[in-house]
Ligand binder design. Structure first.
Ligand SMILES: *Cc1c(COP(=O)(O)O)cnc(C)c1O
Length: 463
């Protein structure tokens, strides 16, 4: 049909409001929302006509589009997705999943009034940090601790407290940028600390720090370069050496350890990753780390270390602006409880389990998912293969975890198209494309999601 004619054929809103289907929708949905959805669906069809994407349409098509829009608007925009990409700590997909005790704690304190800042023994105002400070002390061995919104905030608070208008001495090789544009130099500037870069990108010696210490020095800073590794001709100053120098010069040593590993992964066959406990043991004055990376809890920034410094941070007004929410505290407490017994932590914290679970388990799961897919989906081929998952979140960048994946072959969709279709599924499925193939990694998928994955492929096979 001619474009002009088609455009004239587009119904008016008043006209559609007379349809039985719309009338019944009006019984459940506010009029303004219905009109808005009608306008959107008419506009959608106007664009299709103008782009020559359709040659004709029926009123029913517009009503169907309207229904979809209403359904979509009723659901949450912030929703569950299935991570089949094989990146365990995927910052874009919400990093760590919460463990059971963490979830229960969040619901319990959010569904009720609670003792967030109320000391039930004394019957007076208490501290929100008390709910996790003792646990952090026990787990890390630190004298004291405080928590804020995230690790970027933690670094900023530490520097603002200990190094405002003073100099922070840091190795040039550690001035990193971490995903989501956390740039160590920028954060330091915001804190009011002046950055003094020492050494070169690949080599920094103890004398580089020593030669730059003067009456203006506020802290010696070590940043864990968690998302890259410099290989080859390198030299770095150990934490022990820095601690010794700090003690000698009476300057606090601060370490941003980033990932917040509380379990020694080398015990489980992984490359050694420095733990928080070890930094404390080596005598660091203050250490900061994320709650939602290797720790496997909620987004948070944990600051642990010597009491005299932690107390100063608690008193800093900036702490108020960076303060942690009750739901986060509840989740953090629930997560940290598992760490009182490492076995409990490894078995129950989803991030740890996802990283440490054996590939043989994922092979069995891949076989189960493949059987389900093959019996119900026509026109697709599913092949089980060995591959590698990633830790992600800027943690353990060179670590490749052996895993099992399902490779998807078909004649209808290109890998790029299939990626998009799965991403736009009602429950979005995020896959990875490698070697021009769509791959689903079992390590980051759950058995409870298998039926949803099968449904998504059934819809695609029927198209
Ligand atoms: C991830 C990371 C940060 C930022 O932590 P967030 O919790 O994401 O704010 C800071 N420093 C290092 C070394 C990191 O790895």
């Amino acid at each position: 049909m001619e474009k002009k004619k088609l455009l004239r054929k587009l119904p008016k809103i008043d006209e559609l409001l007379k349809e039985e289907e719309i009338k019944s929708e009006l019984e459940n949905t506010a009029r303004a929302l219905v009109i808005d959805a009608l306008r959107t669906s008419i506009d959608n069809y106007r664009v299709l006509i103008l782009n020559d994407s359709i040659e004709n349409f029926k009123k029913e098509d517009i009503l169907k589009d309207f229904k979809n829009i209403i359904e979509e608007n009723k659901g949450s925009n912030f929703k569950k997705v299935i991570n089949a990409a094989g990146v365990v700590i995927h910052t874009n997909l919400g990093r760590s999943l919460l463990a059971k005790k963490a979830l229960e704690n969040v619901i319990n304190v959010s569904d009720n009034y609670n003792n967030l800042e109320y000391d039930l023994k004394k019957g007076q105002r208490g501290s929100r940090y008390s709910h996790v400070e003792e646990l952090i002390r026990k787990v890390t061995g630190a004298e004291a601790a405080v928590v804020v919104n995230n690790n970027a905030a933690a670094v900023m608070l530490v520097l603002n407290t200990l190094c405002k208008d003073k100099e922070a001495v840091v190795s040039r090789g550690q001035l990193v940028e971490i995903g989501g544009s956390f740039r160590v130099p920028d954060v330091m500037t915001f804190s009011g600390a002046k950055l003094v870069e020492v050494g070169t990108t690949n080599r920094t010696h103890l004398y580089d720090y020593e030669n730059n210490i003067n009456e203006f020095t506020g802290v010696l800073l070590k940043v864990h370069t968690s998302n890259f590794k410099i290989l080859g001709f390198t030299e770095d100053v150990s934490l022990e050496e820095l601690v010794e120098l700090g003690a000698k010069s009476n300057i606090p040593v601060v370490e941003d350890i980033g990932s917040g590993t509380l379990v020694d992964f080398s015990k489980y066959g992984f490359t050694y990753e420095p733990t928080v406990q070890e930094s404390i043991k080596k005598g660091v004055d203050v250490v900061t780390f994320s709650g939602d990376k290797m720790l496997g809890g909620p987004q948070a920034g944990i600051i642990a270390g010597k009491k005299e410094y932690i107390n100063k941070m608690k008193k800093n007004q900036l702490t108020r602006a960076l303060r942690i929410d009750k739901m986060t505290l509840a989740a953090l407490e629930g997560t940290l409880k598992y760490y009182l017994d490492e076995k409990e932590a490894v078995e129950n914290i989803p991030t740890l389990y996802a990283i440490l679970s054996d590939k043989s388990e994922h092979k069995k799961r891949a076989q189960r998912l493949k059987r389900k897919l093959q019996s119900k989906v026509k026109g697709f081929q599913f092949i089980i293969a060995e591959d590698y998952s990633m830790v992600g979140g800027g943690s353990m960048p060179v670590e490749k975890i052996e895993t099992y994946v399902i490779r998807v072959k078909n004649d209808k969709f290109s890998p790029k198209e299939l990626e998009k279709e799965l991403r736009e599924n009602k429950i979005p499925i995020i896959i990875r494309v490698a070697n021009d193939e769509v791959i689903m990694d079992l390590r980051t998928m759950f058995d409870k999601d298998f039926d949803d994955v099968v449904d998504a492929f059934i819809i695609l096979s029927e198209r």
